[in-house]
Design a protein around this ligand. Structure first.
Ligand code: ADP
Length: 493
């Protein structure tokens, strides 16, 4: 895989946008309404391109194409192993185009090019390959029931999967959703986020070129309450896989009631990252820094509540602040940039308002707290110390580079506070005491727990939330289940 930065694009003008229409039944088509919307470069606030604004009519066409492809034609006839081979080809092409895909991701989302190239793309390719290997390994079992019968189960694809993804990791979220759906033999209607439709559209073309039959993968760009809601309500779509805010998931739950869709949700978080005084403090500082500031703070699993034990608080905060003050914010195409802009004006305004709330509620702003420059949605990496549990910056998901440091003394009290949130996506603990680490891992209410590390992802390790951080799991073998139905067959002997 060529992940060298030496031939990185010099900037936005170096990046080619090839696809801006809806991709339905293997063809590029404008939205039925003829409407388009602008996708914006968050580093410059300039329009990159006008993209087709899909709505109910386009979703209807996509759902019909996906249904048709699911029921007839080459896809259901294809041997599972060949389906896997097609997926390997898709991953190979992503690898061949890794630089142009990474550049397009950076242009549309604002994340540093070096992150797109060395993290987002390799992880996305890995997820497609991981699930490609599963295509011919999904099988049922034979079951010894009473009487003279042969009883067995079949694992069948759930049908047409509606997939609605966010803007923070556009390609990676696509891979987490296409991977298990295609391996299971489903067909897809995907609605990318309105902020970042470009790499998803590019992937549709790549899928066509490597040989996915028409209708297997359809992409309808557009807005949530229109195109997204149309997917959720469409009777020909069997399942919705959604990543985004819990409030949107609540709307989706209501909108899907009439068609009783299978639902999987990967939602937000306010994840506790706990540092005990016996920890390797330098590693913990690094883990807190990455755990929050990665991807401009726009991670559902961001370690946004950093609980630090009293004895090591001063040293920890001093080291963390020094590291954070050096963080290089700027042009995402520049090789030394560590932090790009936030994705859009709404997110930028929301983050700045939380920073104001933090200051207003009396938290101690150790560094940051301001906009960077006058163009683009850049925010200084910000650390608040002396944060109380009831402050807005400690309870709400900010989705930006704003860290809250909370101090604790007693372990039991810390555990109660760490769990005192309606979220439960991720958690981490830093300690040299094995029992302490495992005790925390067992008692924290979160879908992922990292011990002496943070943000370690792998296609084989399930990811998802407790409580209002979602339900169902993505990745790993568990991630396949929601894309299948189990059928019991009983044969009289
Ligand atoms: P974020 O605040 O991160 O944008 P959202 O939950 O609003 O989170 O968006 C995630 C995805 O959900 C996007 O693709 C968005 O268009 C879509 N979406 C938003 N509202 C709805 C809705 N009512 N029905 C279906 N999809 C929606």
């Amino acid at each position: 895989m060529s992940t060298t930065l030496s031939d990185a694009p010099k900037g936005a003008s170096d990046v080619e946008v090839k696809h801006t229409e809806c991709f339905i039944d293997g063809k590029w088509v404008p939205a039925a309404s003829g409407k388009t919307f602008a996708t914006i470069n968050p580093a410059t606030e300039q329009e990159i391109a006008q993209v087709a604004e899909g709505d109910a009519e386009d979703v209807d066409a996509a759902a019909k194409a996906a249904r048709h492809a699911f029921e007839s034609g080459d896809w259901p006839k294809m041997d599972a192993r060949d389906r896997g081979r097609l997926m390997y080809r898709l991953a190979d092409r992503m690898e061949e185009e890794i630089q142009s895909l990474a550049a397009l991701e950076t242009l549309d989302n604002g994340k540093p090019y070096r992150d797109s190239l060395t993290a987002d793309l390799p992880l996305a390719i890995d997820a497609i390959r991981y699930y490609a290997g599963y295509a011919d390994k999904l099988h049922g079992s034979t079951i010894p029931i009473r009487g003279k019968y042969l009883c067995y189960t079949r694992r069948e694809p759930v049908g047409v999967a509606g997939q609605i993804i966010p803007w923070n990791f556009p390609l990676l979220m696509l891979a987490w959703k296409w991977g298990p759906a295609l391996a299971a033999g489903c067909t897809i209607v995907m609605k990318p986020a309105e902020q970042t439709p470009l790499t998803c559209l590019r992937m549709a073309q790549i899928a066509k070129e490597v040989g996915f039959p028409d209708g297997v993968i359809n992409v309808v760009p557009g807005f949530g309450p229109t195109a997204g809601a149309a997917c959720v309500k469409h009777p020909l779509i069997d399942k919705i896989a959604f990543t985004g805010e819990h409030r949107t998931a609540q709307i989706i739950t209501r909108d899907s009631a009439d068609t009783l869709k299978r639902l999987t949700f990967e939602l937000g978080g306010k994840s506790p990252n706990v540092v005990f005084a016996d920890a390797d403090l330098d590693a913990a500082v690094q883990g807190a820094y990455i755990g929050l500031f990665l991807n401009q703070g726009q991670c559902c699993c961001a370690g946004s509540r950093v609980f630090v034990q009293k004895e090591c608080h001063d040293e920890f905060v001093e080291k963390l602040t020094a590291l954070t003050m050096k963080r290089k914010v700027g042009d995402p195409f520049s090789a030394d940039t560590e932090q790009g802009p936030q994705v859009d004006r709404d997110q930028f305004d929301k983050i700045m308002s939380y920073i104001q709330k933090g200051k207003g509620e009396g938290a101690n702003c150790l560094t940051g707290g301001n906009r960077v420059g006058e163009q683009g949605y850049f925010v200084e990496p910000t650390i608040f110390d002396d944060v109380r549990d009831d402050m807005a910056i400690a309870t709400d998901e900010i989705f930006g580079p704003v860290m809250s440091v909370l101090t604790f003394d007693d372990k039991e009290d810390m555990l109660r506070r760490a769990n005192n949130t309606f979220y439960g996506l991720a958690a981490a603990v830093w300690t040299r005491d094995l029992s302490q680490a495992h005790d925390f891992a067992a008692r924290v209410r979160a879908g992922t727990v990292w011990v002496n590390c943070y943000d370690v992802f792998d296609a084989a390790a399930p990811f998802g939330g407790f409580k209002m951080s979602g339900y169902g799991r993505e990745l790993g073998e568990e991630g396949l289940k929601p894309y299948t139905e189990s059928k019991t067959v009983t044969v009289a002997l």
